[in-house]
Design a protein around this ligand. Structure first.
Ligand code: OAD
Length: 258
């Protein structure tokens, strides 16, 4: 592992590593809330994060929703307002530019974020592990799904079938979409480079994807101002904000491949 002791830039990258970065043919990225921090969207576990002073069990579980759907929808409507007012930052833009350079068949963006900022930055090959905040679905699974916008006519909103609606996101204790997680595992297993940015790497199954890449012989690089459980296992740790350092790093990726 290489650690960045030189604040304010990329850590030293030797010729061998630089060669592997530029020769990378199949690339994946795994992002979390920290990638949207510079867009003004709070993370979950950091200072000022959602889970500081709020209980995830009341806001992000089926049980919490059943107990107080209005509380949950008020929180999602507040988050949605922040997200609608936010813009993609240089980290989102650099990942979109990388997809454009490599082509969507050689680049997969796996995100735990529900904020849609990667799509708004121009990325198209995205696996949204935890769903999208812009989507709602019937809470009793009549099968309807739709886009919702602010302001909501009533909180909590209802499905056309008369039952309550809920955000179409994955909550704690719920299964991820099997197809999406399968595609993410495939992308991690076939990547010769996985960029991990802005995640505390504590929520499964996302947290294990970097290990899938490592196990398959791919390179894993972490971009995060803080250490995570993953930090000791990666090939390179870039200690700093993704909005500043990811663009610099991405400039070195895939440049040797026609
Ligand atoms: P967390 O809030 O757990 O972690 C955010 C990470 O971003 C931390 O490791 C920070 O150090 C890092 N960070 C902060 N600012 C950064 C910056 N400018 N650049 C890069 N990194 C920065 O968020 P996630 O790992 O995304 O799930 O959380 C995973 C899941 O847990 C979320 O999807 C959500 C949450 O509970 C559900 O709600 C189901």
């Amino acid at each position: 592992m290489t650690t960045d002791d030189t604040a304010g830039g990329l850590p030293p990258i030797d010729d061998e590593l630089a060669g592997r970065l530029s020769a990378a043919r199949q690339v994946a990225a795994l992002t979390g809330a920290g990638v949207s921090a510079a867009s003004g969207i709070p993370t979950f576990r950091g200072p000022g994060g959602h889970w500081r002073g709020r209980d995830p069990m009341t806001l992000a579980t089926p049980q919490g929703f059943a107990a107080d759907p209005k509380l949950v929808w008020d929180w999602y409507a507040w988050r949605r307002e922040l997200i609608d007012a936010a813009s993609p930052n240089p980290a989102h833009q650099a990942l979109a530019a990388l997809e454009e350079r490599l082509g969507p068949e050689r680049f997969t963006l796996i995100t735990q974020n529900v904020d849609g900022l990667h799509r708004r930055a121009g990325s198209s090959h995205i696996l949204e592990l935890h769903g999208a905040i812009t989507r709602a679905k019937c809470a009793v699974e009549c099968g309807r799904r739709w886009d919702w916008t602010l302001p909501l006519d009533e909180i909590p909103p209802r499905c056309e079938c008369g039952n309550l609606a809920r955000p179409a996101v994955v909550w704690f204790g719920e299964m991820l979409d099997m197809d999406v997680i399968h595609q993410a595992q495939q992308a991690a297993a076939t990547a010769d480079l996985l960029l991990v940015a802005g995640t505390s790497a504590v929520v499964e199954p996302a947290a294990s994807l970097p290990l899938v890449t490592r196990h398959a012989g791919g390179l894993v690089i972490e971009v995060n101002p803080e250490e995570t459980p993953l930090s000791a296992l990666v090939d390179l740790r870039v200690a700093g904000p993704a909005d500043e350092l990811l663009p610099e790093l991405i400039e070195m990726v895939g440049t040797a491949v026609g």
